[in-house]
Design a protein around this ligand. Structure first.
Ligand SMILES: [Mn+2]
Length: 358
């Protein structure tokens, strides 16, 4: 039997803050559209169950229109059973109120289990009251393929209110721990029998969620096999360029276009300049960002490079605050060349009123 494990759809979520209003709303629709695409994939591949490990919504309030789309999609596909554990973003959220489709199963804060053939699908919502004690209720028969759904964090520590202690899940006959909460996909062993898996979010929402996004497709027979299915409609991509040896705008363009060859125009792209640039190249980031802004769905350049000052130019100058400041720094014999440049960069940022990143 085939099962989809997905998580962290964060429907109706806020979008990348610099996106235009039109693109923000387009992007919100893409997120919702993913749910419909997921169901189409399930139908085409004869998937019988879709496990959603929390954060289906971004908050405890969702648009009526979003709920209605979900409800009608779920109801129209009664051959698929949906299993849902709440996330920390949508806990205490009764999604469909009193009108929940029969094939949408919502777990509560006590362990419940559902058997389909030789598969036992269990889950519970983690709360501050059960987070330390839920382990003792996990009793699974070794004769079933046991899938447990939880929304929590196996990487944090006991202080976190969503901490899941993997050591306490050993030797409990768990075959597949279907997790949600961490937005990057990862998978590892629990013990000799089972694995845990975060499929990651279904679609990135910002540059803190870069890379391939999708879900896990499980095939459960006598053993469980799994495959990550790349599914996101757009990816967030960050690339660095060291601008230290670039001197003209053509040099910059050449480097950018080299990177662009491997990128897709439908994606969100952030280029980060690093290294030390010639002072004459100071405005290039802005010029190039404008020049290439329509090449991708979203494009930006973040210039984190330092400026290498042509100090002789300022020695002659007497009237500007910038020249006075640079002279003061570069004539200080107690400073190394590296420190002079660092101080000059930070100081000039401060003079411009920019935020200073040290
Ligand atoms: Mn989440």
């Amino acid at each position: 039997m085939k099962i989809i494990h997905c998580s962290d759809l964060h429907l109706d979520s806020k979008m990348e803050r610099k996106l235009s209003l039109t693109k923000s709303s387009e992007r919100r629709n893409e997120l919702l559209n993913n749910f419909q695409r997921l169901i189409s994939f399930a139908k085409e591949n004869d998937v019988k169950a879709i496990l959603i490990s929390g954060d289906l919504f971004d908050s405890n309030s969702a648009r009526v229109s979003t709920k209605n789309v979900l409800k009608s999609e779920i109801s129209a596909n009664s051959e698929i059973t949906f299993f849902y554990v709440c996330g920390n973003h949508d806990d205490n959220f009764n999604i469909f109120e009193d009108d929940c489709p029969d094939n949408f199963i919502v777990f509560d804060d006590k362990l419940s289990s559902f058997k389909i053939g030789n598969i036992n699908i269990s889950g519970l919502n983690l709360t501050k009251d059960n987070i330390n004690s839920f382990y003792e209720n996990l009793v699974f028969s070794e004769n079933y393929k046991n899938i447990l759904m939880l929304h929590g964090d196996v990487f944090s520590n006991a202080q976190s209110n969503l901490y899941i202690d993997l050591k306490k899940l050993k030797n409990k006959n768990i075959d597949y721990l279907a997790l949600g909460h961490i937005h990057m996909s990862s998978m590892d062993k629990i013990d000799d029998r089972g694995v845990y898996c975060y499929p990651g979010c279904l679609e990135g929402r910002g540059f803190d969620e870069c890379g391939e996004k999708g879900f896990m497709l499980l095939e459960v027979e006598q053993t469980i096999s799994y495959e990550f299915i790349k599914f996101a409609q757009r990816e967030f991509i960050k690339k660095e360029i060291d601008v230290t040896n670039l001197y003209t705008i053509e040099d910059y363009k050449l480097n950018l276009e080299n990177i662009f060859k491997n990128l897709n125009e439908k994606d969100f792209v952030r280029i980060i300049f690093i290294g030390t640039k010639d002072e004459d190249c100071n405005g290039f980031a802005n010029i190039l960002e404008n020049f290439y802004k329509d090449k991708f769905y979203y494009f930006e350049i973040v210039d984190n490079s330092n400026v290498k000052f042509n100090i002789s130019k300022y020695m002659e100058e007497e009237t500007s605050l910038k020249a006075e400041f640079l002279k003061l720094v570069f004539q200080d014999e107690n400073l190394s060349e590296e420190d002079k440049n660092k101080i000059a960069n930070v100081g000039l940022q401060a003079l411009k009123g920019d935020d200073i990143i040290l």
